[in-house]
Design a protein around this ligand. Structure first.
Ligand code: NAI
Length: 529
């Protein structure tokens, strides 16, 4: 999703959240409900999707601004903060409309429009920031020269309008997204329970997805790839076509309120056209996917091996076949943090017994990772979203594979090695396995065993701190000492900082960017929890 969200600088994946987790429209259900529903799931999924009703803005931009401006004290920031807690924490959502502050009641134009409703939901990062308490209307927002919003010469009139809006709201994106969710939950309180308790990451994702889609509006192929993935990925949240209009209306409400300088009837019309197009692509992709794949898989933990005090190798058995490619990853939800999904790379190529394995490191404040490492035990059941990611082996090429795996980033590298082995072609594979200390090389025995078995494979441990029998120093620097790499494709996996410096180094030594693959850095940053 790197065009937009995914994974590789080779760009084939395109979605940054590839698995469709860019949370723009992502409602989900309580896993307990899911389990109850499980026997019916297939029949539910065969229910044909309906096309979305396009949102129908009513009135002029000026009208909408007036009616939507609640003023700080009574705005969603005060009455219906959406972002930081469970539904019960949102008083406005629990009160009858007449008791709510004016801003929390449906705007007049909304009632008049009688527009449909409902919305999306989220995956969440841990709590970092709270929505602004007062949500003041910005008085003078001047877009800075942010290169992301530079308007290409060939841009369509709609693309120009979208980019202007995005440039204006980018500096206040927290407020815009908080307001968006406030509007969504105030007008559609029935949707709040579909979202995770903590919404902070969701707010980030919304904005990034908007940025991405708006940036791509003139590029139909990449836009469709990005949004199709997003639409498919949203199936696991239980997103339905009828949820989209409510999201679109809340989006327009939020833009109307905050894009004070660039908003106009024309801008609003451009956003409505764009959003209608975006939603239709997502809905169509989800409907097509329903015909061939479940929305999620349940998987029973069948193995849990603690390799260090905070790293576990977890093996699961999906309830039905789970097709994927080595180098990809899945979203994963635990029973302990409902509706909070995190990405983990598969640590093996597809196996004949159908089992899947993941390497998980518990990180401070990482709810999902800590639960998987310290709580999960054989017999527990987790949920998996569909596979995603484009860090996969190009089997049509004879190039060697230069692999950099840092920490638990060695997991998909091991899968790639197994994949090459299974394809039976003797391509050179050079793995540089980085860790902070010798002790952190938790999978070195497995990797060395593979190297012993396959003469085409070399594995070099690289340790950045402390004594070692392997190479010392930073992983990218170690790679530079070897080579030449001109006949190699590069694969990087690990912390975002490693990916960034690794890509710089590899490009610096002559590997072109289209031959460098890695997962989306934004996704990795979110997954590091
Ligand atoms: N598909 C992927 O890209 C995957 C990524 N990950 C990510 O990998 C990370 C693993 O974390 P840990 O095991 O704690 O790794 P870590 O923080 O211990 O670092 C592992 C290695 O990366 C190097 N490194 C870290 N930051 C660097 C930087 N800025 N520049 C150069 N080298 C750097 C370290 O020196 C070490 O060799 C997590 O963030 C996880 O989300 C994990 C699995 C798959």
């Amino acid at each position: 999703m790197d065009a937009p969200t995914t994974t590789s600088s080779a760009g084939s994946d395109g979605s940054g959240g590839n698995s469709g987790d860019w949370g723009w429209f992502s409602p989900s259900r309580n896993p307990a409900e899911e389990q109850t529903r499980a026997p019916d799931r297939q029949s539910d999924e065969r229910t044909p999707s309906r096309p979305v009703n396009p949102i129908r803005p009513v009135g002029t931009g000026a009208d909408r601004r007036t009616s939507a401006e609640p003023g700080p004290a009574s705005g969603p920031g005060a009455g219906a903060r959406p972002a930081s807690g469970p539904a019960a924490d949102h008083p406005a959502a629990d009160r009858p409309a007449a008791d709510r502050p004016a801003a929390d009641r449906p705007a007049a134009n909304r009632s008049a429009a009688g527009r449909p409703a409902s919305g999306p939901a989220a995956t969440g990062r841990e709590e970092h920031q709270r929505p602004d308490e007062t949500a003041p209307v910005p008085q003078d927002v001047r877009p800075g020269p942010d290169p992301r919003f530079a308007v290409p010469e060939t841009a369509s009139p709609d693309a120009i309008l979208l980019r202007r809006t995005m440039a204006e709201i980018e500096p206040i994106s927290d407020k815009v997204t908080s307001y968006f969710y406030a509007m969504l939950f105030v007008h559609h309180p029935e949707l709040r329970p579909l979202f995770p308790a903590a919404m902070d990451a969701q707010r980030d994702r919304l904005f990034k997805a908007m940025l991405t889609a708006a940036r791509l509006v003139d590029d139909d192929d990449i836009l469709t790839e990005f949004l199709s993935r997003l639409g498919r990925g949203h199936r696991k949240y239980g997103t339905q076509p009828e949820h989209y209009p409510a999201v679109g209306e809340s989006l327009i409400d939020a833009l109307t309120r905050y894009a004070v300088t660039t908003w106009s009837d024309e801008a609003e019309a451009a956003w409505v056209r764009a959003y209608t197009k975006f939603s239709q692509i997502m809905i169509d992709a989800a409907a097509e996917d329903e015909l061939v794949a479940p929305a999620w898989w349940q998987a029973e933990v069948v193995g849990h091996e603690l390799r260090t005090p905070d790293i576990a190798v977890i093996t699961v058995r999906p309830d039905q076949p789970y097709p994927f490619l080595a180098g990809q990853y899945a979203s994963l939800e635990t029973p302990w943090w409902p509706r909070v999904w995190r990405h983990y790379s598969f640590a093996s190529a597809p196996r004949s017994d159908g089992l899947l394995s993941f390497h998980v490191k518990a990180v401070p404040a990482g709810w999902v990772s800590s639960a998987l490492v310290h709580r999960a035990r054989p017999g527990d059941v987790i949920r998996l979203g569909p596979p995603a990611g484009s860090m996969t082996v190009d089997h049509s090429s004879d190039n060697g594979l230069l692999c950099l795996g840092g920490g638990t980033g060695i997991a998909p590298i091991k899968a790639l090695v197994e994949d090459v082995a299974e394809h039976g072609r003797q391509r050179a594979v050079e793995v540089f396995y980085g860790a902070r200390s010798d002790h952190d090389l938790y999978d070195i025995d497995t990797m060395l065993r593979l190297a012993h078995k396959h003469p085409w494979l070399a594995v070099r441990p690289v340790v950045s701190n402390g004594p070692t029998n392997g190479l010392s120093g930073r992983l990218p620097d170690a790679v530079r000492q070897y080579g030449p790499w001109n006949a190699f494709d590069a694969y990087l996996s690990g912390p975002p900082g490693l990916i960034r410096s690794g890509v710089d180094t590899l490009m610096g030594i002559g590997i072109p960017s289209h031959r460098i693959r890695h997962d989306s850095i934004e996704e990795l940053a979110a997954a590091a929890e």
